[in-house]
Design a protein around this ligand. Structure first.
Ligand code: NAI
Ligand code: MG
Length: 466
């Protein structure tokens, strides 16, 4: 049902072309370590070709009536829905995430983003803050995306860019490029003109060459804080526009008056969704001291029932860790936490011989200065700290270099409003966690980046005022 080719070339100007580097590299199924396909490594010459193709396609695409572009975006959304099963299976194979998540979350949300932004294409004048300015696209956009939500991140980036009349050179992550490459079929069927979207595969070097290209008007990046900072430094003074969506260390606050059984479900969704490889994961649990022991017991009991294993099995709760590199990183944090004196609990799990696996992990006796409490682990690892007063909870939550997400569990509405105003995070969930909607803006403070994706705010980085 899913057709995977042996080899994928680069998609430039509406055609599949061989890379100037003549090099291809494999992409794996992280649950079996088997090669799924080989993809092309794009070099600077390919980037140049793609940027030129995007530039040539710009006037016609930007000049189209909004309603005509809307038809194309609606068609992308509809075809994605029709082919959702195929995309979900391919995403799970290439990424390692449970099929339940790719089927129920990643692919439907990707389609929803195209639906949502299709609706804006003929209303862009209303999106600008100052009335009387005619909206215009920024131009050629370089978009670089990570491996944790491959198709969804492509949709977050492509939908608003295309709605505003921009053209794009998109670089998927080197370890999960297949759904973006399959998306080409959807774009073509929907009537996206040649050159409007170009897809170039490759690793960091390819991304860096895209950032450096003079013909790119805007860069949108989602990934690590380290690479985000390097991109910002490189772009400084060039006049290119930039939005960065970087890491996080989300605080998840649970008060003693919360509905604890529901809070447990929220905590599980907060940190074990996508094996915790989520920038907005609720990775720091802050619990009111009086309920620490009760909550810890409830959590352990719940985590012991989670099923870890074959990502394509529809009963699987946790799939494979995405790559060997990521596995090594997660392991190093498990060691560092124990070295620094925190207490590790892991759900029982016998890992298969092949693939990259990590059971749900809880760290208690955590102090704010520990590495595991400060740095983004990006894995199924939850740290637990306690607080006595709401003030202490806020101070702990905001004591972070990051500011992407936070969550609050309490029975009191007034507490929710008071706390969410003081939490320095781009999104604050109340009595739920990791809920996404295309109409809602998403983005960070501090080292989590700047600029917003989603909602009306997500249009602004792709609009110039004329
Ligand atoms: P990364 O930041 O290296 O990769 C993200 C994307 O940027 C990929 O497409 C990659 O090819 C590209 N890239 C790498 N170096 C580049 C450069 N110099 N210029 C332009 N593009 C470049 O992230 P990586 O190495 O995959 O993961 C490392 C850590 O980063 C993770 O453990 C996690 O903590 C964090 N991360 C956060 C994400 C988020 O959603 N906030 C997503 C992925 C990783
Ligand atoms: Mg990297």
């Amino acid at each position: 049902m899913v057709q995977i080719k042996d080899r994928y070339r680069l998609y430039i100007g509406g055609e599949w072309v061989a890379p100037s580097t003549r090099q291809y590299f494999p992409t794996y199924d992280p649950s079996t370590e088997e090669t799924l396909a080989e993809v092309a490594k794009a070099g600077p010459r390919d980037i140049d070709k793609a940027v030129r193709a995007a530039r040539r396609a710009l006037p016609a695409w930007a000049g189209m009536k909004g309603a005509a572009r809307a038809r194309v975006l609606f068609a992308i959304a509809r075809i994605l829905q029709e082919r959702a099963r195929e995309f979900a299976i391919l995403e799970t194979l290439d990424n390692g995430k449970p099929i339940r998540e790719s089927r129920d979350i990643d692919i439907p949300l990707a389609a929803a983003h195209f639906f949502y932004y299709a609706g804006w294409t003929d209303k862009l004048e209303y999106a600008l803050r100052e009335p009387g300015h005619k909206p215009a696209p920024v131009g050629v956009c370089g978009q670089i995306i990570p491996w944790n939500f491959p198709l969804l991140m492509a949709a977050w980036k492509l939908a608003p860019a295309l709605a505003c009349g921009n053209t794009v050179v998109l670089k998927p992550a080197e370890t999960s490029p297949l759904t973006c490459l399959l998306l080409v079929e959807v774009l073509e069927e929907a009537g996206v003109p040649p050159g409007v979207v170009n897809i170039l595969t490759g690793a960091g070097e390819t991304g860096a060459a895209l950032v450096a290209h003079e013909g790119v008007d805007k860069i949108a990046f989602t990934g690590s804080t380290e690479v985000g900072k390097a991109i910002q430094a490189k772009i400084a003074g060039t006049g290119k526009r930039l939005t960065l969506e970087l890491g996080g260390k989300g605080a998840h606050l649970v008060f003693e008056d919360a509905a604890l059984d529901q809070a447990v479900e929220g905590i599980v969704r907060g940190i074990f969704f996508n094996q915790g490889q989520v920038c907005c994961a609720g990775s720091r649990l802050l619990v009111e001291e009086s309920i620490e022991n009760t909550l810890l017991e409830l959590l352990k009991r719940r985590l012991s029932t989670l099923r870890i294993g074959a990502p394509l099995d529809k009963n699987t709760d946790l799939g494979a860790i995405h790559s060997k590199e990521q596995m090594t990183r997660v392991r190093s944090y498990l060691e560092s936490g124990q070295d620094e004196g925190a207490v590790l609990w892991q759900a029982f799990f016998e890992a298969p011989k092949k693939g990259f696996w990590c059971p749900p992990c809880l760290f208690s006796k955590v102090t704010p200065s520990m590495k595991i409490a400060r740095e983004e682990i990006f894995g199924p690892v939850l740290t637990i700290q306690t607080f006595r007063t709401p003030q202490e909870a806020i101070a702990l939550a905001n004591n972070s270099n990051y500011g992407l997400s936070a969550g609050v569990w309490t029975d009191k509405g007034s507490k929710i409003f008071a706390l969410s105003k003081q939490l320095r995070a781009g999104v604050v969930w109340a009595n739920t966690f990791n809920q996404f909607d295309p109409a809602s803006p998403f983005g960070g403070y501090k080292e989590s980046g700047f600029g917003r994706e989603g909602g009306l705010h997500g249009l602004l980085p792709y609009l110039a005022r004329r």
